[in-house]
Structure formats: C-alpha cells, structure tokens
Design a protein around this ligand. Structure first.
Ligand code: AMP
Length: 212
C-alpha cells in the first residue's frame, strides 16, 4: 500500500498518517518532520533548510528530493508507506514516480484532505505537539487534559515556530499556488480521492480507510 496524503498545512495529514501507520503497519513519512529533525540535529542540510522553513517558504527541491529518495529506499518501505507534505509541486510529483519506478513499484492511491481556509488557520494556530512522543493536540479542538503536558506520556507540549499567524498565512498561500497542478496530475491518472477534512479525526480516518 503506497499512499500519498495531500492537503493544506493544518488539514490533519499528520494525524491521519499516524492512524494509517497503526492500522496498516506501514511507515509514515513526512518531509516536514525529516527537515525539522535535520534542523534540530544541526545537520548541514538542516542549516540550509531552516531559513526557508522559518519564512514559510518551500525548501528547494534540490534538498528535498534527495531526502525522499533516500527514505523510500529503506527496507521498511518495502510493503508500503504513507507519505505526506510531499509532493508539494509538480516537479516533486514527477520525481516521486521516478523514484518509485527505480524500486519497482508505483503509488496505490492519493487522498486529498480538503478544508476551508478559516478552519485551516484555526487548526494551525491551535496546534501543540508533544516534544517527547510527537502526539498532536489542538488547544481549541482537541485540548490535552493538562494545558501544557501530553496526556499520553507527560512530555512538554510546544508550538511549531512556523505555526504563528504570519507564517501560517504565507504557508497557505504557497500551498494554494502550487497544489493545483499536483492535484490535477494525480486526478488525470485516476489515483485521486478527495475527502472533506471537517469532522472528528476518527470520522475522517474512516473515510480514508474506505477509499483505501
Ligand atoms: P510541514 O510540516 O509539511 O508543514 O512542512 C514544514 C515546512 O517544511 C514547510 O513550510 C517547508 O518549508 C518545508 N517542507 C516540508 N515538506 C516540503 C516539501 N515537500 N518541499 C519543500 N519544502 C517542504
């Protein structure tokens, strides 16, 4: 099962990818997470990427494509994966196909999670993440029982640098301007299933599973 989750920042791709990983025992791959880890580790690649990320701009394809290529070639992707935050533009979509064909496979399905801009803004500005286990909360929609701590592991919750108002707007604009050709690309190949991203995470998950 080789899945792509498309959707604007804040649409819930990360939450759904984690659920898919658990249900289907496949790895979840997020280019945003890979890049954030490279920044946190002080890796040279992270230093190159950080400025773009802080400004809410896309990191150049020359950095991102190599990362994805290397990740997909790891053994755990053999029986499938769910990737999100990628592809973000048409060049990345074409490159993904090429990478998959070099390892002898192709995408099974692309799910686009659609949500209006106002709700996306709410989701992103309320998003808090556990520093320890990565669980995602929303202080408005899915609050933790203790304001700043993870229910699951007690880890401290933090807000992503790029989840602040100005950067959020920029990220949504970038998504809108580049997503359409990607959506058209997958739609024309009969791979695309669009679902609405409003509702509880469980409701959305069921819709995705039906599509799968
Ligand atoms: P995300 O966690 O997917 O919202 O990504 C956070 C930031 O990482 C984005 O605003 C970009 O700066 C960068 N990023 C993540 N994925 C990509 C990608 N596929 N192409 C370029 N930049 C990306």
């Amino acid at each position: 099962m080789k899945l792509v989750l498309l959707g604007a920042p804040g649409a819930g791709k990360g939450t759904q990818a984690k659920k898919l990983m658990e249900r289907y025992s496949i790895p979840e791959i997020s280019t945003g997470e890979i890049l954030r880890k490279a920044v946190a580790d002080g890796a040279p690649l992270g230093r190159d990427a950080k400025g773009y990320m802080d400004r809410g701009e896309l990191v150049p394809d020359s950095i991102v494509l190599g990362l994805v290529h290397a990740r997909l070639r790891k053994g755990d992707c053999g029986k499938g994966f769910v990737i999100y935050g990628f592809p973000r533009n048409e060049v990345q979509a074409l490159s993904l196909d090429k990478t998959l064909s070099t390892i002898g496979c192709q995408l099974s399905l692309v799910v686009s999670i659609d949500l209006d801009k106002k709700e996306l803004m709410n989701r992103m500005s309320g998003r808090r993440i556990c520093r320890n286990c990565g669980r995602v909360y929303n202080i408005y929609l899915l609050p933790p029982s203790k304001e700043t701590l993870c229910d699951e592991c007690g880890g401290a919750l933090y807000q992503r640098e790029d989840d602040r108002a100005d950067t959020i707007r920029k990220r949504l604009d970038v998504y809108e301007s580049l997503a359409r050709p990607v959506i058209q690309y997958y739609s024309s190949r009969g791979l695309l299933k669009s679902i609405t991203g409003s509702g509880s995470p469980e409701e959305i998950f069921e819709k995705i599973c039906k599509a799968v």
